[in-house]
Design a protein around this ligand. Structure first.
Ligand code: BG6
Ligand code: MG
Length: 226
């Protein structure tokens, strides 16, 4: 009888979104955008804020202006985005290693022990500042951030660039994301997608986990339909 080889995908790297997966900057983005909306005369809540997660700065501003029924010229938009970023940067300048989310350091250690490579795939132009503030820069071999991108999540460009710089194919990489737009981006690029947070937010993800705390590499691999 002929022996039919069974090929299973080999995972060689994990690519992490930053905001909301490794650190809780998603909340600082919310506070700064909300302050801007309030200044413009309207409000929005954390539930509405879900739509902004993973989405680039100018794209987020367009969504928010839409909520307020406002239209602005390009120079006005640039001034508003700049103002929001100033408020946001005041938060991140105060960040310390204590703000790395629970379980992150331990999970990165597990990956090191298994020889799994690690990258960042973030839409944020502030990603490198945040990584430096919380002492995580040296833990990642490859960092793709908003300064590298022409297209915002849900476009897969951010993760494709990450895989390219690692010299790997998407099927060799697992993406960890807290945003619906990020999971969409990972799936569109052909990556394995792990949703971090409330499972309802990303029905398409291969797996959903509440966070990296108590996450075991071997248990995660068993759950992926490799
Ligand atoms: C993403 C955040 O990581 O970065 C979004 O989830 C944010 O909320 C985007 O809008 C861009 O961030 P920044 O720091 O460049 O304004
Ligand atoms: Mg995020």
């Amino acid at each position: 009888m002929a022996i039919v080889p069974i090929f299973t995908a080999m995972i060689r790297a994990c690519i992490f979104d930053l905001d909301g997966v490794l650190v809780d900057t998603a909340h600082y983005h919310f506070l700064a955008w909300r302050r801007l909306a309030n200044q413009l005369g309207f409000d929005f809540d954390e539930k509405a804020n879900e739509a902004l997660k993973g989405v680039g700065r100018m794209e987020s501003l367009d969504i928010i202006l839409g909520w307020g029924g406002l239209s602005k010229t390009r120079p006005e938009k640039e001034a508003l985005a700049h103002q929001k970023n100033e408020w946001y940067r005041a938060y991140i300048r105060e960040m310390t290693p204590g703000e790395v989310l629970p379980g992150v350091a331990g999970f990165l250690d597990q990956l090191d022990a298994q020889g799994i490579r690690k990258g960042i795939g973030s839409s944020s132009k502030n990603a490198k500042t945040i990584l430096r503030q919380v002492g995580l820069t040296d833990r990642f071999e490859v960092i793709v951030d908003g300064t590298d991108l022409q297209r915002s999540k849900p476009d897969p460009q951010v993760f494709q660039l990450g895989a390219e710089r690692l010299g790997l194919s998407p099927r060799e990489c697992i993406v960890f994301e807290d945003a619906a737009a990020g999971i969409e981006a990972a799936l569109a690029g052909g990556f394995w997608a792990v949703g971090v947070g409330d499972a309802e937010i990303f029905p398409g993800a291969h797996i959903a986990i509440p966070g990296l705390e108590n996450l075991h590499w071997s248990a995660l691999l068993e759950k992926l339909p490799l």
